[in-house]
Design a protein around this ligand. Sequence first.
Ligand code: 6R9
Length: 692
Amino acid sequence: TSDHLRHVDSMGTLPSGTGKISYLNAVILGDSLASEENDLVLPSPEFSSQALIPSSDKYIEMYRRSIVDPAGFWSEIASLFYWKQKWSDQVYSENMDVRKGPINIEWFKGGITNVCFNALDRNVQAGLGAKTAIYWEGNEPGQDGSLTYTDLLERVCQLANYLKDIGVGKGDAVVIYLPMLMELPIAMLACARIAAVHSVVFAGFSAESLAQRITDCKPKAVITCNAVCRGSKVIHLKDIVDTALVESAKNGVSVDVCLTYENQSAMKRETTNWMEGRDAWWQDTVPKFPTTCDVEWVDAEDPLFLLYTSGSTGKPKGVLHTTGGFMVYTATTFKYAFDYKLSDIYWCTADCGWITGHSYVTYGPLLNGATVIVFEGAPNYPDPGRCWDIVDKYKVTLFYTAPTLVRSLMREGNEYVTRYSRKSLRVLGSVGEPINPSAWRWFFNVVGDSRCPISDTWWQTETGGFMITPLPGAWPLKPGSATFPFFGVQPVIVDDKGTELEGECSGYLCVKSSWPGAFRTLYGDHERYETTYFKPFPGYYFSGDGCSRDKDGYHWLTGRVDDVINVSGHRIGSAEVESALVSHPQCAEAAVVGVEHEVKGQAIYAFVTLVEGVPYSEELRKSLVATVRNQIGAFAAPDNIHWAPGLPKTRSGKIMRRILRKIASRQLDELGDTSTLADPSVVDQLIALRDC
Ligand code: 6R9
């Protein structure tokens, strides 16, 4: 058995109080406030008694089984889904060790199924046809809509038929560039139904970023809408797509069809730029197709979708997820981490442009037959009470969001929260970055009225679903800790040399052996997949995150250890921002680091060296920031441009980001050894220019 399991076993007596955890400071949910002194928050007996996993004993029993017998554990769960044909006797096969040959992960191979069928047809057949699948809430309060499972199935079938009609078939890519309209999950599911591979691009990405992704995956069609309102701004998405398609055509990738939804509240069709022959209005074409559509049955290992994400170097990576494992894993993690019941109303504030919106707006919840809220607007529009207004309006029971949103609403004061009832809330969730204990406490005490457990879910685009997460009802929580691994997940913490650390420790977070939701490759670049994730610590999947484990076995994520910056929960590669900056004609060189930010978690801080003879100016600063906005998207714009006559480099020419991080965060007494720099005097020059 694994070390982790031994570790869990050694605490097997929880929560009776005879285990390793000291209960001196424990509070029972609902009994009193979680505060600085009370660092353990126990689920209330009422919550635990109704929970799917009511005790740590039950967790330990299931966890043990999942590690000792993964094939048995996961095939029992997978049998709850519809398979046209069962998988082969070998439930999974894996090689996660680069020393033993190519990395290869397969789950339920030979099994024939379809994720859309399981999310929609199966639920309708089970009698959920009249249940609300999606409540849609628009940008303006009062704009709303809803679809039952039967409605959703019909809409998905119409679009699937349309896509087939224009020639999209099994294995073809479709790029989706849509805001949070119901049409976004509809488009994802329609692709899944006909075995097309969707690649959703977050609608905050620039034309250039969109073009880059289109060029990489060569879609048969792009699905978009003409415009969207975000808060009080109107954004012309179709124009962005038009520009991107011109750009990708220059790279030799031309797209034949651009299906455009007319988002009437934002823009009328008459004012929308149009290319005859290529562009089609969704409303004019899709509803003409039949409301039933045969399912394209696929192998469990056939691709389901591609999602581009940022790495520490180079261009964005196309993370590829396949069908069977992703389906089983997202549905199961959703069910247990939120203690899901059929009567729940679930709201995840993430956009479907990110992995959270794939796994936990669309697939995980709908596979469980859940009612999901899709919110198009901004959480602080028309005022910072909007989220709680929506919670009361739809009687939301499960609310899943990001620490950056919690912190930004916390700053607005409790009044915006307490004026709403929120009594429907049952479980809260957090994702995207470590949640700091003070934000955790505010979320717990103020939003959840000290009643609702918080599932702080650690996972990644690459992992497909939750990896380390509380199961509400099972474990006492610690504010700021993601607690323990999900079933079947074996996290290990290693040192520089890749040696597994035991007990209380801190190091690099890796995972030993595969889980069904794991990504299978980076699209078109299996070598980069192996190099980035499996070579740093042979034998393990390397997450890129730092982590410590405390004396009670709780996991505490400490942030990225590579050059990925996490701004408001969005992953941004420093190399991408640097390459945008150096594309500016007056920029000679740039180095980008993350600095702590009160609301966003991290902010982008850029050191910029100008072309010889170009003077610093406010105007130039603005134009550099605009370049990043245009090339990546507004969310990646640097908060700071620090003029740099030179950058600190080693004699071999490597930029020492460690030093830049210290200068950026004003920790000048912690610069460390600068003697190995090719020119140590650049450090003093940078310090002198820090407030210019
Ligand atoms: C799901 C998602 C992944 C990175 C990951 C880590 C950070 C996400 C976290 C968390 C601490 C949590 N992260 N959830 N850190 N606690 N609960 O966000 O995927 O966009 O790929 O980002 O986000 O640094 O490595 P993705």
